[in-house]
Ligand binder design. Structure first.
Ligand code: ATP
Ligand code: MG
Length: 454
């Protein structure tokens, strides 16, 4: 069922319910009011009948003229004795006369509905000096009232039908006004999907302040995000192919050289083999970094957060790198502290390797690492006194393949992926990274990780 049909049905049913409740209330209110008025009239008439002393004497009850003066069309007046036998009765209405009677010792009134004709009865005990002698019963056939109520009933049925009709027709029109912008929005979205191109909706769909405007705006934001992601991905593929092509070209040209001169000139062979080997190593590292980055971005590696003591992990990484680079790295931490965080051991190890690797590659003297707790966080600072980075380069360091000085890269062999991997890892751990640097003096990398609350 379409949204529009649902809206029409829902609003019509709702209106119908309201009208039915309203009409039923009106009908019963009128019925109650008219019944009350008629009952009051009969009570008064009963009082008039009982005011006649003749009526109070059971000896007169057999006289046919006793009640004659109270005879009126559609009215019954009768006297019933203690045995329940009708002793005197006047009426021109057979239906009223035929209605069975019940002897009662208290004032009573009742309404009877027989074949659509309402009949009202009031019953009053006839008492003499405290003793009940019999009962006076007055009845009235409410022909006029019944006809009137039937008329009102028909009128109310008709208004209910008319209101339902109006609700359906107006629902048809107002839903058209309401649904039209959604339909247009849907058409535009479908067109965008068909063309497979990142087109945003025109301001006509986004400028309103209502939910539809918000829907359009959200759609545009989503398209914008997709466009950015697409551009980033294309850039990434282009950069990656470029980066992969460079070492492969070097390998290819050295292989040709080897083929041509390798057997005759040993020095050429040595140089070529050396270059092929180092470029292969670089290529392997590059591919490893690319895969790592892709994994992190896809969030594929299932992130099982474990409690990790950071000082032993840092010490292990420092020992490994100090040995590999044959350099001095100092670890400094407050006495007796045991900073820890919840995270992935492999990722954190890689993070420390990336930052330490940079500090070692881009400096020549001792590198210092400081690890301390700061409130709910752990601060890890890696400092070197190396070449430093220019201020305008700092914001780009976390971009993929970004290297400060492209010529420096050949010497260091870096791919420019380290810091973007580091940033991804830190973000997945809910931490932050900051780099301060003075060219020629050194670089300070600050990593903040949320502390494990144990
Ligand atoms: N401690 C540092 N001192 C000086 N420059 C740095 C330092 N750390 C990073 N840089 C600069 O930032 C750039 C980006 O660093 P990143 O680690 O992302 O790439 P890389 O070291 O060139 O390559 P990779 O780490 O992928 O092998 C580096 O090329 C380098 O120029
Ligand atoms: Mg690096």
């Amino acid at each position: 069922m379409s949204l529009r049909t649902r809206l029409i049905l829902l609003s019509s049913v709702w209106v119908l319910l309201l009208v039915i409740v309203f009409n039923v209330t009106i009908y019963f209110y009128i019925l109650q009011k008219t019944t009350m008025a008629e009952t009051r009239l009969l009570w008064n008439k009963a009082q008039v009948v009982l005011r006649n002393p003749e009526t109070l004497n059971p000896a007169n009850w057999g006289k046919p003229e006793l009640l004659e003066e109270f005879n009126e069309p559609d009215i019954l007046v009768r006297i019933i004795d203690t045995e329940g036998v009708v002793r005197a009765s006047v009426s021109t209405n057979d239906r009223l006369s035929a209605y069975p009677t019940y002897y009662r010792s208290y004032n009573n009134s009742l309404m009877v509905n027989e074949f659509g004709i309402r009949m009202l009865f009031v019953q009053v005990p006839i008492r003499e000096q405290g003793f009940q002698l019999g009962m006076l019963e007055l009845g009235k056939s409410l022909n006029v009232v019944s006809e009137w109520l039937a008329l009102i009933g028909t009128g109310l049925y008709m208004t209910t039908g008319a209101v339902l009709g109006v609700a359906l027709v107006s629902g048809y029109f107002y839903t058209r006004v309401l649904i039209r912008p959604i339909g247009e929005l849907l058409d535009t979205m479908n067109e965008i999907r068909r063309k497979r191109y990142f087109v945003t909706l025109s301001p006509r769909h986004t400028s309103q302040k209502d939910e539809l405007g918000q829907l359009g705006q959200t759609f545009n934001d989503m398209i914008e995000t997709l466009r950015e992601q697409d551009a980033r991905q294309k850039q990434f593929v282009a950069d990656a192919s470029h980066e992969l092509r460079t070492p492969l070209t070097v390998i290819e040209s050295y292989a040709s050289l080897l083929r041509r001169w390798g057997s005759e000139r040993p020095e050429v062979r040595e140089e070529a083999l050396e270059a092929i080997h180092s470029e292969s190593v670089r290529l392997k590292g590059l591919i490893h970094s690319l895969l790592r980055l892709a994994e992190l971005e896809r969030g594929e590696e299932d992130f099982q957060a474990r409690y990790i003591s950071l000082l032993p992990l840092l010490q292990e990484t420092i020992d490994r790198l100090a040995l590999a680079f044959e350099r001095e790295i100092l670890l400094d931490a407050p006495e007796g502290s045991d900073p820890a965080c919840l995270g992935n051991l492999e990722q954190l190890k890689q993070l420390f390797i990336i930052v330490l690797d940079n500090a070692l590659k881009y400096s020549k003297t001792t590198v210092t690492v400081r690890c301390e707790e700061q409130g709910n966080e752990v601060l890890i600072v890696v400092e070197d006194q190396g070449v430093g980075i220019d201020e305008e380069e700092l914001p780009h360091l976390f971009e993929r393949f970004y290297r400060v000085d492209k010529t420096r890269q050949r010497y260091s062999g870096g791919s420019g992926l380290g810091l973007s991997i580091a940033k991804q890892i830190i973000e997945r751990h809910g931490g932050q990274i900051r780099i301060e640097s003075t060219p020629g003096e050194g670089t300070r990398v600050e990593i903040m990780l949320p502390q494990a609350d144990f």
